[in-house]
Write a protein that binds this ligand. Structure first.
Ligand SMILES: [Zn+2]
Length: 111
């Protein structure tokens, strides 16, 4: 289950940035092409954090749909699943968005 290792690495990054401050919410952005199940990620997050200083911190997941651009006609399309051909002209496509995985921000408790 790679969600578990993802959560472990998020915890490592968040701890470093929080530097001992209380974390309320961790905002992450995940592209649709990452094959990550948000519910599984949320579950793994609670497993990984429950015995750490991040216990109680919420994981806020923003999903980014896949966006492709046709190499022939330039048409951009937003999809839930990656298509291998342009729906307009059947030309081949490049993935433009949908492969991202990043921590976008942390909400810290007021000091
Ligand atoms: Zn096309």
């Amino acid at each position: 289950m790679h969600e578990l290792s993802i959560c472990s690495s998020i915890v490592g990054i968040v701890k470093k940035h929080a530097a001992g401050r209380e974390v309320r919410t961790v905002h992450v952005r995940i592209g649709a092409m990452r094959q990550i199940v948000p519910d599984t990620l949320t579950y793994c997050w609670s497993l990984v954090t429950e015995s750490s200083e991040l216990a109680g911190a919420e994981l806020a997941i923003e999903r980014i749909p896949a966006k492709i651009r046709c190499t022939s006609c330039g048409r951009e399309q937003v999809l839930d699943e990656l298509a291998m051909a342009c729906q307009e002209c059947t030309g081949s496509v490049d993935l433009v968005e949908g492969d991202e995985f990043m921590i976008t921000s942390l909400d810290l408790a007021e000091v």
